[in-house]
Design a protein around this ligand. Structure first.
Ligand code: ATP
Ligand code: MG
Length: 252
């Protein structure tokens, strides 16, 4: 039997999904209605139960998008679509699930339990600290499940973020280079305050919301350290990262 490391609901991860309003997360948190808080928690519990009952211990092929999608026939409260297909072995599959009544949207990322950084972040104090950050997609919990061969996977349940990837947003001139740099600096400094550095590596890790906030959805890119980057280093890394996106050979 697989060991389950799902997480007990604690108030820290009861932020509203960023789809609703990412720019006022702090305010929303302060004035949050009890009903809203209960709903996000209820959805997590419902999705967690669904995952354990339908995906664990070899009940499903965890690397098949079709099988994952089909399994949602058994969960009539949510609509499910594929957000991201796996492109190679070990690549994640990401589903978008929308609660039919409330229209709240979540993402569920299914990946092998072999990525140390995100595995650490999904747990305990790291998750609490990261969920305090406004520029991150909140993780409600990560459920450890096993394939038929006994290989472990994580199904991570987190907020769906409405937006376009940073590189696309820049190409379309939805925001200027300077705004992108400033947004990334805000994000990195917020993480620094919580004791994390961030890998600025992959431009598709960042989404730009309608309010032009930059949000990172990939929890594999933050790592806790006693030695966070200085403000100067943060600024220089953010500038280089935005410049990198516009080097001719990097434009796709
Ligand atoms: N919570 C989310 N809300 C909206 N879109 C998301 C979310 N999570 C992931 N995505 C979409 O899926 C893409 C890949 O997400 P992510 O970087 O987390 O996965 P990954 O397995 O690391 O994939 P990649 O190798 O492409 O970076 C993002 O660029 C984004 O378009
Ligand atoms: Mg990524």
């Amino acid at each position: 039997m697989s060991q389950v490391s799902s997480f007990t609901a604690t108030p820290d991860h009861f932020h509203l999904p960023k789809e609703i309003d990412v720019s006022h997360k702090t305010t929303i948190k302060a004035v949050n209605l009890e009903g809203e808080i209960a709903k996000a928690d209820d959805h997590f519990v419902q999705l967690e139960k669904f995952v354990l009952e339908n995906w664990d211990c070899g009940s499903i092929n965890l690397v098949s998008e079709t099988d994952l999608l089909k399994s949602f026939d058994r969960l009539c409260d949510f609509n499910c679509t594929i957000l991201k297909y796996a492109r190679w072995t070990k690549d994640s599959i990401i589903l978008k699930v929308v609660h039919k009544t409330s229209q709240r949207a979540y993402a569920i990322k299914v990946h092998e339990n072999s990525f140390k950084t995100c595995r650490r972040n999904y747990h305990g104090s790291n998750r609490l600290a990261l969920n305090r950050c406004t520029h991150l997609s909140n993780v409600y919990g990560a459920v450890r499940i096993a394939s038929a061969k006994g290989k472990f996977y994580f199904a991570v349940i987190y907020d769906f973020v409405v937006g376009s990837t940073l590189d696309q947003a820049l190409l379309r001139k939805d925001l200027t280079n300077q705004q992108a740099i400033e947004g990334l600096i805000d994000l990195s400094l917020e993480l620094k305050r919580e004791g994390f550095n961030i890998f600025l590596k992959d431009r598709t890790d960042f989404l730009v919301t309608v309010t032009k906030e930059i949000v990172i959805t990939d929890w594999d890119k933050m790592f806790r350290t006693h030695n966070t980057n200085s403000v100067e280093t943060v600024e220089s890394k953010c500038k280089k990262f935005v410049k990198f996106m516009f080097d001719e050979e990097n434009i796709t």
